[in-house]
Design a protein around this ligand. Structure first.
Ligand code: URA
Length: 265
């Protein structure tokens, strides 16, 4: 079966019935009736696809743009909430906006961002279809310095709330800073990359992670920041290894992804 673009209700039913048959044959269990797997092509009430999440993200965007909780507000041009699919497979988390992002209000749009897009595209991902891209801090630290602890503390609830709305299947941390912040560690990126950890989530404010059973966190893969790859070519090979690892994990988590992109060379 091969799906291009969003699946129709008929295709979803066919896929669900197929997966059910496969599960039954592997486990010796009973098959369910096809009637249990009826999908509708009508959008959910009051919404386009992902409408509820999209609305929640728009609310968060407004809050982020109006935020004055730390000193970064004084020097920024504008806040950069994030961009991408409202129900993504993957959330990419960077450090904070740079000069171009600050000017345009969008994350990862400079040279490093263009490389990030190419990296994602190489494994069947994109900010237009199945990824959301955000940063730990939403306003540009002057001179691209690391965000200060008080700036991270003031901003952190926004990322937690974005994660709670997006419910990504996996998180890719672009660079040392994002990885250390999300994993609450001081270990270097060279040791963190190349293996999945589990993101615990913090307090999203709506109980999403509090309700999740312990250990049911989101798989999180740290990798090198694309701007590090631009500075040091030798990091490209390990970064590609990370992308392949990510592709395999996403293929396990999403049959649709496995079918469409997870098997690309
Ligand atoms: N670097 C980041 O970490 N984030 C951006 O949005 C741009 C560059």
């Amino acid at each position: 079966m091969r799906f291009n673009g969003p699946m129709t209700a008929e295709e979803k039913t066919a896929l669900a019935v197929f997966l059910d048959a496969a599960a039954a044959s592997l486990t010796g269990g009973r098959r369910r009736t096809e009637a249990l797997y009826r999908f509708s092509d009508d959008p959910p009430p009051g919404a386009e696809t992902g409408g509820g999440a999209r609305q929640a993200l728009e609310g968060l965007d407004r809050e982020i743009r109006a935020c004055a909780a730390c000193g970064l507000r004084e020097k920024r041009t504008q806040a950069v909430p994030g961009t991408g699919a409202a129900e993504p497979l993957l959330l990419v988390v960077g450090e904070g906006p740079g000069a171009e992002e600050d000017a345009r209000g969008l994350p990862f749009v400079g040279r490093a961002g263009q490389l990030l897009d190419r990296m994602l595209n190489s494994i069947g991902l994109s900010r237009e279809t199945n990824c959301y891209i955000a940063n730990v801090v939403k306003c540009r630290p002057p001179g691209n310095r690391d965000p200060l602890p008080e700036e991270i503390a003031a901003c952190r609830h926004f990322l937690n709330r974005q994660i709670a709305v997006l419910k990504p299947r996996a998180i890719l941390c672009a660079g040392r800073f994002a990885a250390q912040t999300l994993l609450e560690t001081s270990e270097g990126i060279g040791r963190l990359r190349g293996r999945f950890s589990v993101y615990g989530g913090g307090d999203s404010g709506d109980g999403f992670y509090a309700e999740a059973s312990p250990g049911a966190g989101i798989p999180l893969l740290p990798t090198y920041h694309p701007s590090a790859l631009l500075r040091d070519e030798s990091l490209k090979r390990p970064a590609w290894e990370d992308l392949k690892l990510l592709r395999s994990r996403l293929a396990e988590l999403s049959p649709a992804y496995a079918e469409s992109a997870g098997n690309s060379p």
